[in-house]
Write a protein that binds this ligand. Structure first.
Ligand SMILES: [Zn+2]
Length: 152
């Protein structure tokens, strides 16, 4: 099932942890709608702008999967409202800056990015139906900062 022209439900629900632990990571209709909003509002514009195919590393997580990977129970991944990804060959900070400057989002997090290693870390983005906060954060082993990496 396609969520948008270039992204499928299968890739927005895939999880090695779910497979290993036998967790059935299946979203309901409302969560699928949220995933469609993410695919159309975030992933497709990125593919179009940067011109290269990519597949998210983590999208929807049912509660059992979310617990299994040690994530907070309030994670927007459990609503199908958040996605983690990298674009091959493009520094994650550049991707995050483009999202910040061009797209609507609820929360944009540059996670575990090391400026000396362009491919390090990943980008987390969430998008809600309304009341998106446009909050931009950087997270690494040292803590959490507002903005994109200024404190690293
Ligand atoms: Zn995430």
């Amino acid at each position: 099932m396609h969520l948008s022209p270039h992204f499928t439900l299968a890739e927005l629900t895939k999880s090695q942890t779910a497979i290993r632990r036998g967790i059935r990571n299946v979203p309901n209709a409302g969560q699928i709608n949220n995933l469609k909003r993410l695919a159309k509002g975030i992933l497709e514009p990125l593919r179009e702008h940067f011109g290269r195919p990519f597949s998210p590393s983590s999208g929807f997580r049912c509660q059992a999967l979310n617990v299994a990977i040690g994530s907070k129970s309030t994670s927007q991944h459990t609503y199908g409202e958040a996605v983690d990804f990298e674009l091959p060959g493009i520094p994650n900070r550049d991707v995050a800056e483009w999202i910040r400057d061009h797209l609507d989002f609820d929360q944009l997090i540059l996670e575990f990015y090391n400026p000396e290693v362009a491919s390090s870390g990943w980008v987390h983005v969430s998008l809600k139906e309304k009341d998106n906060r446009r909050q931009v954060l950087t997270i690494n082993h040292n803590g959490v900062w507002a903005g994109l990496g200024e404190a690293i």
